[in-house]
Design a protein around this ligand. Structure first.
Ligand SMILES: NC(=O)c1ccc[n+]([C@@H]2O[C@H](COP(=O)([O-])OP(=O)(O)OC[C@H]3O[C@@H](n4cnc5c(N)ncnc54)[C@H](OP(=O)(O)O)[C@@H]3O)[C@@H](O)[C@H]2O)c1
Length: 251
C-alpha cells in the first residue's frame, strides 16, 4: 500500500458533506485518513461526497447528526468509538446562522449560531479528547467576521469569536494529552453559504477587488490549510488562529 502522511488516522469532519467540509473530507482521504463525514439535511450531497471519498479511503463512513444538539454530538462520537475505537483528527466545520442586523437578532437566531457553531466545538472537543488516547488534532473553522464588519453577520460572527477564544483554552488544557487545537480563519470562500449572503454579488466583486491574486477562495484553498494542521509536523502550532484569506484583510 502506498504510504501516505495520514495513513491509520481516523478523522471526523462535521458538515463534511458540502462546501469547505467536503473539500476537507476529500483532502484528508487523499492523504490516507479514514474520514467520518457528518451531515444533517442533505443526504444526496453526503452520499456523493462519500462516493468520492471511497475512491481514496474505503473505510470512510457517513454519520448523520445535528451538531447543534449535545445528545446528537454524543451519538456521533459513540458511533466513532464503536466503529473505530479512537479518533485522531476532529475538524469542527459545520455552521449555521441567520443573517440579521443587530436590532433584529432574536433569541432563536442567537441560540442557533451559538449551538451549532460554538457549543459544537466545546462538546465535540470534550468527546474527541476521550477518543484521542494517542494524542490528536482539533481544528475549528472561523471567519474574518470576528474582526471585520460583515453586514448581517452579528450573531454568526459572535459565535465564531467564541470559537477563537475557546480554541486557546482547549489548546492549553488538552496539551498534556498530546492534543493541539487551532482555528483556520477564511476570508470569503465560494460555497452555497456565501451565495446565501443578502448582498452576495457585492461581496463577490469586493472580495476579488481586494484579494491580491484577484480571485475568490475555493473550498480547496481552505482545505489545504486545514490539512497542513493535520500533519505531525504541525505539532508545535497550537492555540492559533491561522488566517487563510489570500491577503484580503491586508488591503
Ligand atoms: N463560505 C465562506 O465564505 C466561509 C468563510 C469563512 C469561514 N467559513 C466557515 O467554513 C465552514 C464551512 O462553511 P461552508 O461555506 O462550506 O458551509 P456550507 O456550504 O453551508 O456547508 C455547511 C455544511 O455543514 C453541514 N451542517 C449545517 N448545519 C449542521 C448541523 N446542525 N449539524 C451537522 N451538520 C450541519 C451541512 O450539511 P447539510 O447540508 O446536510 O445540513 C454542510 O455539510 C463554516 O464553519 C463557515 O463558517 C466559510
Amino acid at each position: 500500500m502506498e504510504s501516505k502522511p495520514l495513513n491509520g488516522k481516523i478523522a471526523l469532519v462535521t458538515g463534511g458533506s458540502r462546501g469547505i467540509g467536503r473539500a476537507i473530507s476529500l483532502k484528508l482521504a487523499d492523504m490516507g485518513a479514514t474520514v467520518c463525514i457528518n451531515f444533517l439535511k442533505s443526504r444526496d450531497s453526503a452520499e456523493d461526497t462519500l462516493q468520492k471519498v471511497h475512491e481514496k479511503s474505503s473505510e470512510s463512513i457517513l454519520i448523520r447528526g445535528n451538531v447543534g444538539n449535545r445528545k446528537n454530538i454524543e451519538k456521533i462520537f459513540k458511533t466513532i468509538e464503536e466503529k473505530f475505537g479512537k479518533l485522531d483528527l476532529f475538524i469542527s466545520n459545520a455552521a449555521l446562522g441567520v443573517f440579521a442586523d443587530v436590532k433584529d437578532v432574536d433569541e432563536k437566531a442567537w441560540n442557533l449560531a451559538m449551538d451549532v457553531n460554538a457549543k459544537s466545538l466545546l462538546y465535540g472537543a470534550q468527546k474527541a479528547a476521550d477518543l484521542m488516547t494517542d494524542g490528536g488534532k482539533i481544528i475549528a473553522l472561523t471567519s474574518m467576521g470576528t474582526t471585520r464588519y460583515v453586514p448581517g453577520y452579528a450573531s454568526i460572527a459572535t459565535s465564531k469569536a467564541a470559537i477563537e477564544t475557546l480554541v486557546k483554552y482547549i489548546a492549553i488544557e488538552y496539551n498534556s494529552m498530546g492534543i493541539t487545537c487551532n482555528a483556520v480563519s477564511g476570508g470569503f470562500v465560494e460555497t452555497d453559504s456565501l451565495k446565501a449572503f443578502p448582498d452576495y454579488e457585492d461581496i463577490y466583486r469586493e472580495a476579488i477587488r481586494r484579494t491580491p491574486s484577484e480571485k475568490i477562495a475555493s473550498p480547496d484553498d481552505i482545505a489545504g490549510v486545514v490539512s497542513l494542521l493535520c500533519l505531525p509536523e504541525s505539532g508545535w502550532i497550537t492555540g492559533q488562529i491561522i488566517v487563510a484569506d489570500g491577503g484580503f484583510t491586508l488591503i
